[in-house]
Ligand binder design. Structure first.
Ligand code: FAD
Length: 501
C-alpha cells in the first residue's frame, strides 16, 4: 500500500481545515483607507471602476461572484480578511498599473502568489496584486523561464517533460515567487542548492512602476536581495530565469522507530544527515496525533540513486534498527507528487479546487489550518535539548496534533557563502519547523529550544510572533537588505509587519 506523503501538508494532514464563512457584502460606496504609513487617503468607486479598463488581467471586487474564493489564502484562518480588490495581473504592465493606482489613491498593497504565507501577509484590506495568471514555464536547454505565478506542481510537471528540474519545495500549491524570494528548501537542495541558488535573473516591478531585469550585472543589489531577502519587500517579481538540472528516477524512502528510541534516533540523525552524500536528503519528523496515542519518530528522505546504502548508514548512525522501513524508486515527477502529498493524483488534482488563476476545477489539494515557527540549527542538539523536545510530545495530549520537522541542510546549500545571496544560513546543519494549530504549544516548544537554537529562523516560515525576527531571518545580511530597500522602495509602498525597513 502506498504511504501518504511525508512532508508538511501530509505530516499535518490530520489537522482541521476549518474554513470560515462570511457573507460577501458589496463594497462601501466610499472607502477611507490608511495606506503605507499615510493615513486618511480616499479612493472612490469611480477609481475602482476605472482600474480594470487598464488591465489585461481581471479585478475581483467585493460583491463579485468569485470574491469569497479570490480573497482566500491557503491557510483558512485568514479567510476573514476582506481586500478592497484582488487584481489578477496578467502582465508586468498590469502590475505597474496596479502599483500606480495604489500609490495615487493611497491604497495599501499586498503581493500574492501561492498564498501560503504563514502570517497571512499576502492579503490585506487594500489591493491584492496576485501574479497567479503569469504562470508559463518555458524550458530552453539548461535554462527555464518561469512566470512568477507558477505553482510548484506545474513547475515540476512542465520541466519533467523535458527531463529537467530545479530544486524547489514540496507542497504542490506553494507559489514559485514566495518560495524563491525567501530561499527555497527542497528534497534536492543538498544536491543542487536552494531554489534561489539556481536563479540566473529575475524580472521585478519596483515601487516606481519600472520593470527591471536584475541579474549579476544589472540591479545587482536587488538581484542579491531577491535571493533570500523574503517576499513582499522590494517589488513584485513577475518572471524568473532558472538554471535547470537533468533528472532521472529517484527513490523516496522512510524509516520508522519506536518512540522509546526517539532520543537515539535524533542524536544519530543530526550527526549523519547534514554531512551525508549530496545525493541523499532526509527529514526527521516527530509527530503526535492524540488519535494515535504514542507519538512517532520517522525519517523520510529522497535518494537520487539507490536508497539501500543510505538506509543502512542512517541505521548505523542511530544505532537502532527501525521497526519499519520502505523505499520505492519512482519517476522524478511521481516522487515530487509523493513527497508533496498528492501521490496517485493527476497534476490538475494537485491544485486547489476552483476556476481562478492558480486553481483547477478538478483540484483536490486541501487547505490546512495550522501555525508554524522555526529555528535553524548550526550545531547538533545536545542531549538535554533532545530530551526537552521529546517531552513536548509526551505532555499535553489535549493540545491536538503537532509536528516537528528537521530538514537536513549542508551539501550544495553550504557551498555558497552567507553573504553571496541574502539567504544567510549557509553554515547551518538543518532547519527545524514546529507545526501545530495550537499557538500555546508552538510558543512553549519554540521557547524550550531557544537556549540551543535561539536567534535564527527561516524567513519562508514567517513567524508573526518572533522577537528579533530581522536578525533571526537575515543575520549579517540585514544591513545590506535595509540599504537595498531604501534604494528601491524609499516610500515603503511594500509594507507588512515584518517588512525590511
Ligand atoms: C504547506 C506548506 C508547505 C511548504 N513547503 C515548503 C518547502 O518545502 N520548502 C520551503 O522552502 N518552504 C516551504 N513552505 C514555505 C513557503 O516557501 C512560504 O510560505 C512561501 O512564502 C510561500 O510562497 P507563496 O507564493 O505560496 O505564498 P504567498 O503567501 O503568496 O507569498 C509569500 C510572501 O511572498 C510575497 N510574494 C508573493 N508573490 C510575490 C511576488 N510575485 N513578488 C514579490 N513578493 C511576493 C507575499 O507578499 C508574501 O509576503 C511551505 C509552506 C506551506 C504552507
Amino acid at each position: 500500500m502506498e504511504r501518504r506523503a511525508v512532508l508538511r501538508a501530509a505530516a499535518l494532514g490530520g489537522l482541521a481545515a476549518a474554513g470560515c464563512s462570511d457573507e460577501d457584502r458589496p463594497p462601501p460606496t466610499r472607502a477611507t483607507r490608511p495606506a503605507a504609513g499615510r493615513p486618511g487617503a480616499t479612493v472612490t468607486p469611480a477609481d475602482w471602476n476605472a482600474l480594470p479598463k487598464h488591465l489585461t488581467g481581471r479585478l475581483v471586487r467585493p460583491g463579485d461572484a468569485s470574491y469569497s474564493d479570490a480573497r482566500r489564502l491557503y491557510i483558512p484562518r485568514y479567510d476573514g480578511i476582506r481586500p478592497l480588490g484582488i487584481a489578477y495581473c496578467a502582465s508586468p504592465g498590469d502590475v505597474s498599473t496596479c502599483l500606480a493606482f495604489a500609490a495615487k489613491n493611497r491604497v495599501p498593497v499586498a503581493v500574492r502568489c501561492g498564498g501560503h504565507s504563514y502570517a497571512g501577509w499576502s492579503t490585506g484590506t487594500g489591493l491584492v496584486i496576485d501574479v497567479s495568471a503569469m504562470s508559463t514555464v518555458t524550458p530552453d536547454g539548461d535554462r527555464a523561464t518561469v512566470g512568477a505565478g507558477t505553482r510548484l506542481i506545474d513547475l515540476y510537471d512542465r520541466l519533467a517533460r523535458e527531463g529537467v528540474s530545479v530544486p524547489a519545495g514540496s507542497c504542490p500549491t506553494v507559489g514559485v515567487a514566495g518560495l524563491t524570494l525567501g530561499g527555497g528548501l527542497g528534497v534536492t537542495s543538498r544536491a543542487y542548492g536552494l531554489t534561489c541558488d539556481v536563479l540566473e535573473s529575475i524580472d521585478v516591478v519596483t515601487a516606481d512602476g519600472r520593470i527591471r531585469t536584475c541579474d549579476a550585472n544589472r540591479d545587482r543589489d536587488l538581484f542579491w536581495a531577491c535571493r533570500g531577502g523574503g517576499g513582499g519587500n522590494f517589488g513584485v517579481a513577475v518572471s524568473f530565469a532558472f538554471r535547470t538540472h537533468r533528472v532521472g528516477d529517484v527513490t523516496p524512502f522512510s524509516l520508522r522507530w519506536p518512540w522509546s528510541r526517539a532520543s537515539e534516533v535524533v542524536r544519530g540523525w543530526q550527526r549523519w544527515a547534514p554531512s551525508a552524500p549530496d545525493g541523499v536528503w532526509t527529514s526527521l519528523q516527530l509527530n503526535s496525533r492524540p488519535s494515535e496515542g504514542v507519538p512517532s519518530v520517522e525519517v523520510s528522505g529522497v535518494a537520487l540513486d539507490d536508497a539501500g546504502p543510505y538506509l543502512d548508514r542512517l541505521t548505523a548512525a542511530t544505532g537502532v534498527d527501525p521497526g519499519t522501513s520502505s523505499a520505492r524508486t519512482r519517476t522524478y515527477m511521481d516522487a515530487m507528487k509523493f513527497m508533496g502529498g498528492c501521490a496517485g493524483s493527476t497534476v490538475d488534482q494537485c491544485h486547489g479546487q476552483g476556476s481562478l488563476p492558480g486553481q483547477r476545477p478538478g483540484g483536490t489539494f486541501p487547505r490546512t489550518d495550522y501555525n508554524g515557527k522555526s529555528h535553524v540549527a548550526y550545531r547538533p542538539l545536545p542531549d538535554v535539548a533532545i530530551g526537552a523536545l521529546l517531552r513536548r510530545f509526551e505532555q499535553g495530549n489535549d493540545v491536538g496534533d503537532r509536528s516537528v520537522l528537521m530538514d537536513a541542510m549542508g551539501g550544495a546549500i553550504g557551498r555558497i557563502r552567507p553573504g553571496d545571496t541574502a539567504f544567510p544560513h549557509r553554515a547551518a546543519l538543518f532547519c527545524v519547523q514546529y507545526l501545530a494549530p495550537d499557538n500555546a504549544w508552538l510558543d512553549g516548544t519554540h521557547r524550550a529550544m531557544e537556549p540551543y537554537l535561539g536567534g535564527t529562523a527561516y524567513v519562508n516560515y514567517v513567524d508573526s510572533g518572533l522577537k528579533g525576527w530581522a536578525r533571526a531571518y537575515y543575520g549579517a545580511n540585514l544591513e545590506r537588505l535595509a540599504k537595498t530597500k531604501a534604494a528601491y522602495d524609499p516610500g515603503h509602498l511594500f509594507t507588512f509587519p515584518q517588512a525590511i525597513s
